[in-house]
Design a protein around this ligand. Structure first.
Ligand SMILES: [Zn+2]
Length: 301
């Protein structure tokens, strides 16, 4: 059975006119879209001079790679870097992404090599702990959040859903992803008015610094996009443990949702100016790829 064309009554002599009108309309739409996306605020307010560093504060020796890269050979072991990140901006704000750990129970249990306390590690950049204005907590794990109270003036930025999922009444831990000492510590900082709860994905918490969810390393783990004068850098934290996750497009071994984690890793590739500007959470190779200034400090550029 054949269907008659539904536009059987359409006058074909009008086709060129309609086409011309269509072209005019399309042009108008493009122009409107261009106006809507014109970067007027950004043009008026130049991007801050921003330097981004990875800071290595220790090493966990012989760590099983299968705990980092889903499906990896269980015989593989590597020395993983314990890292946090520092964003130094020309408006005077100095932002950490994560803050390492220092409490005795973690030192005893994990016996890190080459360890320096995170509050001492920032001194390598000529900074004191009191200089840190903000800390973005990517997730509640001990090796990322335990050190936040080493920085007495910092505001703490964490996803509202991450906080609510882990920290209960009076700072009681309500998910085993968070250590009880760290839950109590964060609760105390919140009581002191120092915690800023972030509502979800793609939130520009300060100009040029945007946090993203979906990595699903923990309930509402987040990663950070940093716009510098020349590029956008993505600090993945544990949402991508190693370069191997990114290069082989393999989810992290510890995720609540492997598909969501892969989507987040793909998105990091879109957000970052180049793939080399995605900084994974525990890869010692960061300090090889970005060797300067050295001594456990890598300037990402
Ligand atoms: Zn973690």
């Amino acid at each position: 059975m054949h269907h008659r064309p539904v536009d059987g009554h359409f006058d074909v002599r009008l086709v060129p006119v309609v086409r011309a009108l269509g072209a005019v309309l399309a042009t108008a739409v493009v122009l409107l879209a261009a106006c809507a996306h014109a970067p007027t605020p950004r043009a008026a307010m130049p991007v801050l001079n921003t330097d981004v560093y990875a800071i290595r504060y220790g090493t966990l020796r012989n760590f099983p790679v299968a705990s980092l890269v889903a499906g990896a050979d269980t015989a593989r072991r590597m020395d993983v870097a314990l890292t946090f990140w520092l964003i130094k901006r020309s408006d005077g704000t100095i932002v950490l992404a994560d803050a390492g750990f220092y409490r005795d129970k973690f030192m005893t249990r994990w016996t890190p090599a080459d360890y320096r306390k995170p509050s001492d590690a920032v001194r390598a950049l000529g900074l004191t702990p009191g200089d840190i204005t903000d800390i973005i907590v990517s997730h509640v794990h001990w090796d990322h959040m335990d050190g936040v109270d080493l920085f007495p003036k910092a505001r703490i930025w964490i996803q509202r859903a991450e906080y609510a999922h882990h920290i209960g009444d009076l700072g009681r831990p309500i998910d085993r992803a968070v250590d009880s000492l760290d839950a109590a510590m964060l609760f105390g900082l919140d009581r002191a008015g120092r915690v800023r709860l972030v509502d979800g994905d793609a939130q520009e918490i300060m100009s040029g610094v945007t946090v993203y969810t979906g990595g699903k390393h923990t309930f509402a783990s987040q990663y950070v996009g940093v716009r510098t004068a020349g590029s956008t850098i993505v600090l993945a934290s544990d949402n991508a443990y190693l370069y191997e996750n990114l290069a082989k497009r393999t989810p992290i071994a510890q995720t609540l949702d492997a598909e969501s984690n892969l989507r987040a890793q793909d998105r990091m590739g879109v957000l970052a100016t180049t793939l080399r500007l995605i900084v994974p959470g525990h890869d010692p190779d960061v300090f090889v790829r970005f060797p300067l200034p050295g001594n456990g400090i890598a300037r990402i550029q």
